[in-house]
Design a binder for this molecule. Structure first.
Ligand SMILES: NC(=O)c1ccc[n+]([C@@H]2O[C@H](COP(=O)([O-])OP(=O)(O)OC[C@H]3O[C@@H](n4cnc5c(N)ncnc54)[C@H](OP(=O)(O)O)[C@@H]3O)[C@@H](O)[C@H]2O)c1
Length: 314
């Protein structure tokens, strides 16, 4: 497993991280097994959110409860892993999104809720999950100060933010925003399309996000690496993605890995700080995906995959 370094944080952070969004309704032994497999595959970074999981007994945030229990069952020392959570999204009991909120009071409450459910004293990273258009950046700054000085959060970042939103917050917040977590993968390539299609009829709308993160040396955390659409399903072995699966299979054979590993290597081929958040809870898929960290695709292979995913070059 290759690792990345973040300024002010240190090195040794695994390039592949396990997201626990799908842990909320899983039986506890399967959660324990997913954690154990991830650790054995070299994964030492875990991504949570207060909104992940809604179990009939445990309620909203059940993913964090299950993961906290798994940490104790597997016997993981807190300092052995990097633990990240996110807050700022509200949903009702039917999982319909109702609002975003980045008020001082809510951000502090969100972190305290995550710490309680996870049964830990601190988070390594806390991210604003999606930015509230009604945000007052001074309130975010006040919340981050309280969370950092109380020792509850060590580092901060954002998710699903464009460059202007990052700058809006960073102008008010003392702590460096180190991470932007965004959907990206062979099934969701807007950030690449944007740079390739400048001034064409296909011009996209991500406002140079990839280049911005690279210039500012932020870490791009990519979510849903194997999905197309937003949670529409995985493109791996899906007939609608025939040409893509043919190229994935060819390269998997060449590098003696699985299609998951090649899809992951395609993301990690970006010459910037990238961390991929995988969400599978199946041990074999965790191990197979993590192996993608060791594969370096050639430039032509990277383009072959992009084209096979249904894109064209202008
Ligand atoms: N910031 C945000 O707004 C945001 C949004 C969404 C997610 N996230 C983060 O990103 C993490 C990953 O998201 P994700 O779970 O959507 O990512 P993902 O890893 O792309 O998708 C996982 C899903 O793909 C399936 N899958 C993977 N490999 C497969 C294969 N070879 N064959 C068949 N099915 C396969 C998994 O099923 P199996 O379990 O059967 O393998 C699972 O259902 C989340 O846990 C969360 O931490 C963040």
């Amino acid at each position: 497993m290759k690792t990345i370094t973040m300024p002010g944080v240190g090195g040794g952070i695994s390039q592949v991280a396990l997201g626990i969004m799908r842990m909320g309704n899983l039986a506890q032994p399967k959660c324990d097994q997913a954690l154990q497999t991830a650790l054995a595959s070299g994964i030492n970074f875990f991504d949570a959110a207060d909104i992940y999981g809604r179990d009939p007994e445990l309620g909203r945030g059940s993913s964090e409860v299950h993961f906290g229990q798994a940490l104790r069952h597997v016997g993981v020392e807190r300092e052995q892993i990097w633990l990240q959570s996110k807050g700022g999204i509200f949903a009702d009991e039917f999982d319909h999104l109702t609002r975003y909120e980045a008020s001082q009071q809510h951000l502090i409450a969100a972190v305290e809720g995550s710490l309680r459910r996870l049964h830990v004293d601190y988070l390594d990273f806390f991210l604003i999950h999606r930015l509230d258009p009604l945000v007052e950046p001074t309130q975010v700054a006040a919340a981050f100060d309280v969370l950092q000085t109380s020792g509850k959060v060590r580092h901060f970042g954002v998710s699903n933010c464009n460059p202007r939103q990052i700058e809006l917050l960073q102008a008010a917040v003392d702590q460096p925003l180190l991470v932007d977590q965004l959907q990206f993968g062979l099934g969701h390539t807007q950030m690449i399309d944007d740079g390739l299609n400048v001034n064409t009829e296909l011009a996209a709308t991500t406002d140079g996000l990839l280049e911005y993160l690279r210039t500012k040396r932020l870490t791009l955390q990519t979510w849903s690496p194997f999905q197309y659409g937003t949670f529409a399903g995985t493109f791996i072995d899906t007939p609608a993605f025939g040409p893509l699966n043919e190229v994935l299979a060819r390269l998997a054979a060449k590098y003696q890995v699985t299609k998951n590993a090649i899809a992951l290597a395609w993301i990690l081929r970006l010459p910037m700080k990238v961390q991929v958040l995988i969400g599978t809870m199946t041990p074999a898929h965790i191990t197979a995906s993590a192996a993608g960290s060791e594969v370096t695709l050639t430039r032509q292979e990277w383009y072959d995959l992009y084209l096979a995913a249904g894109h064209r070059l202008p």
